[in-house]
Ligand binder design. Structure first.
Ligand SMILES: [Zn+2]
Length: 310
């Protein structure tokens, strides 16, 4: 349990959001110790979290496939990026990229699946480990070249930094995060705003969200996004909690805020629609193609459930 100060008093938070706080010791102080990292990856008990083209290896029943170095030794020699994720119960865990394989490897151990489809079926710790692995491998795949001079870059610090190979440049690049705000806007009473985008599964609704821009505070971004998307001005902005959302590299920063007026002017370029929904609407959600709440592993769902007092 985490305790945080809120308005001068202590408030006890509920469990962390899905994909966060996965119980892994990242052991960041050991990443640059090449001898120690080599010892770990030569340890037959060390665990490998395989990635193939952004997908994670899972067993039937959506359990992560438990692959050891021993089981994947032949493949590891030809792997793309290998990243030290950290220690779980003193056992080193590495993400390894097998995307160069034409067909998915390791099929005797399970099946590669997209976490966006199965995340909510995993345990909290499993989900956190698998998206962490997916995100770090995808960052390497997208940052093979230096953004300063265009020369190739190479992995350093056990996969937690890339360094430019051009000696005249030598720029160091770190895994990027894209901050996004996500906000439950209520009317001070019984209703909140939900919207949906055209490309979402039928019926799915969510609280509104958007990326933070350069030069904005998080509060600025909350107010701007809400005004752009539904034409509403807000006040009483309060931080709620955050969630890693590495699809591919977001961190979702959750807020509650109160609308100062209730007329919506929905931007139909951004949204298929948005409207006010009452507590009763939400508690009686039919969960069908006409209306369904956000997926259970999302902070959007968490914001709504906490507001409802579920
Ligand atoms: Zn460079």
């Amino acid at each position: 349990m985490h305790e945080i100060g809120l308005h001068g008093s202590l408030a006890v938070m509920k469990a962390p959001n899905f994909y966060a706080s996965g119980g892994i010791d990242r052991a960041a102080h050991l990443r640059a110790d090449e001898d120690w990292i080599r010892q770990q990856i030569e340890d037959r008990a060390a665990r490998i979290v395989p990635i193939w083209r952004t997908q994670n290896l899972v067993q039937p029943g959506e359990q992560p496939a438990g692959i050891t170095v021993e089981a994947s030794r032949g493949l590891l020699m030809g792997a793309g990026s290998v990243v030290f994720l950290g220690l779980i119960e003193e056992i080193a865990h590495f993400a390894a990229d097998f995307s160069a394989h034409e067909d998915p490897p390791l099929t005797e151990h399970g099946q590669f699946r997209d976490m966006r489809g199965i995340g909510q079926l995993l345990s909290h710790q499993e989900g956190a480990l698998l998206v962490y692995a997916r995100a770090t491998i995808q960052w390497h795949a997208r940052h093979q070249f230096c953004g300063v001079c265009g020369s190739p870059s190479v992995s350093r610090d056990a996969g937690h930094m890339r360094k430019c190979t051009n000696p005249d440049c030598g720029a160091e690049h770190f895994p990027r995060l894209d901050p996004a705000v996500i906000m439950l806007i209520h009317d001070g009473g019984d209703r909140l705003i939900l919207g949906r985008q055209r490309n979402w599964p039928p019926g799915q609704h969510s609280v509104l969200a958007g990326f933070v821009e350069q030069g904005e505070s998080l509060e600025d971004a909350v107010a701007r996004e809400i005004f752009e998307e539904v034409g509403v001005e807000i006040t009483d902005i309060h931080y709620h909690s955050s969630q890693p959302w590495p699809f591919p590299s977001s961190i979702m920063l959750g807020f509650n805020a109160r609308a100062t007026q209730t007329d919506l002017k929905v931007d139909l370029n951004e949204l298929e629609g948005a409207a006010w929904f009452s507590r009763d609407d939400l508690l009686a959600s039919p969960e069908n193609n006409a209306f369904r709440l956000p997926r259970k592993d999302s902070i959007s769902r968490r914001l709504i459930e906490d507001w409802l007092g579920c």
